[in-house]
Every structure is written in C-alpha cells, then in structure tokens.
Write a protein that binds this ligand. Structure first.
Ligand code: AMP
Ligand code: ZN
Length: 188
C-alpha cells in the first residue's frame, strides 16, 4: 500500500531500526518506545487487522513472536514482557498495517492488566450470558478439541488420574482420539 508508513519501512523507503527480517516478517524498534527494546513485528504484506491475516502467515507469526520475545528478554536482561496488538479504531489502532508490540519489562512489578484495561463492571455482570453466547466456539482445523470443553477436560483429568496400567493408558488415548475426531467433524 503506497501511503502506509509500515509498507514504506518494509520497502526501505523510510529508515527504521530493523532488528529482524525474514521472507515474510520484519521486526523493528518502535520510534516511541514504551520500554527499552519495544519492538513491532509486522508481516511484510499489507493487512490492516489480525483477523484479516491468512492462515499461512498466522502460523509463522506465532513462531516469530516467540523467538523474538525470547531473544529480546535474553539480550536485554528483561524480567518479563507484554505482547499486544491493537486491531481497529475501537481498540486504539493508529497504524493501519497489522502489528504486534513486544514490550520487554524490567524489575519486580510493572503495569498490570488493570492499569491498561480497568474491569468493565457490566461485562462482569454479564459473564454468564457472554459464556452462553460463545461456548463452544468452532474447532480450529487440524487441532484436537475436547467435545465438551472444560467440563470434558475435567472428566478426562479425573479418568487419567485413575488409570493404573499401560493397557488402560493406551485405550484411554484411543478413546480420547476418537472423541476428538468425532468432534472436529463439521455440523450436519
Ligand atoms: P498502534 O497504536 O498499535 O497502531 O501503534 C503504532 C505504533 O507504531 C506506535 O507505538 C508508534 O510509536 C509506532 N510507529 C509509528 N511510526 C513509526 C515509525 N516510523 N517507526 C517505528 N515505529 C513507529
Ligand atoms: Zn502497509
């Protein structure tokens, strides 16, 4: 995109402190750092929001975020880090090229989630309705998903604790696998 500042950084039309680059992503230091080492990770291709990013790029993104976070922490002796992505104006997105902030943190105790996002009391009151509206979400392709979500996992955990020998473990694994297979089938 011609008028996108991050596309210009990708195309080296404007300077940036690029600390990471591969075929698909670049990482550079934020010009207004919120902490030492504040880094932005972006796909080279222009997408406005994370929910528009195609699957292939999403998969690589997880690996890149993980690796760069680790390297930043080690090289800067940080004690923690935040990963943040603002998507859409309502979420405070300023630059309309999808990006992930990695914010290394230092010392004992920093800003909590509460400091950035105070508790929404109405959302808290409506927790049950929100749960009813959402659960269960569609399974992700190629992922094993427990049929009844948390309840099912608890049941499995109990079963797992009661398993005594190798034969039982094997049949438990087979049973779980079959249930998972059944559950990822599309709704008929
Ligand atoms: P957001 O509010 O999530 O859209 O964040 C945009 C971020 O991009 C801000 O933290 C800016 O400081 C940063 N930013 C904007 N222009 C540049 C630039 N030319 N180089 C590095 N960082 C930038
Ligand atoms: Zn762009």
């Amino acid at each position: 995109m011609t008028d996108c500042i991050f596309c210009k950084i990708v195309n080296k039309e404007i300077p940036a402190a690029i600390i990471y680059e591969d075929d698909i992503f670049i990482g550079f230091l934020d010009i207004n750092p919120r902490s030492k080492g504040h880094t932005l990770i972006i796909p080279k291709e222009h997408f406005e929001r994370y929910d528009e990013v195609p699957e292939q790029i999403q998969e690589g993104l997880g690996k890149v975020l993980h690796s760069i976070s680790k390297q930043l922490i080690e090289k800067l002796n940080a004690t923690g880090f935040n990963i943040l992505s603002n998507n859409g104006e309502s979420a405070g997105q300023v630059v309309k090229h999808v990006h992930f902030h990695i914010l290394p943190r230092y010392g004992e105790k920093g800003h909590s989630l509460e400091a950035a996002f105070p508790i929404d009391e109405q959302a808290k009151e409506e927790l049950q309705q929100t749960y009813n509206l959402l659960a269960p979400l569609q399974p992700v392709n190629h992922m094993k998903v427990a049929p009844e979500g948390i309840a099912h996992k608890e049941e499995n955990k109990e079963k797992q604790e009661n398993i005594k020998n190798e034969k039982e473990i094997k049949s438990f694994e087979e049973e779980t696998y079959l249930m998972d297979q059944r559950d990822i089938l599309p709704d008929s």
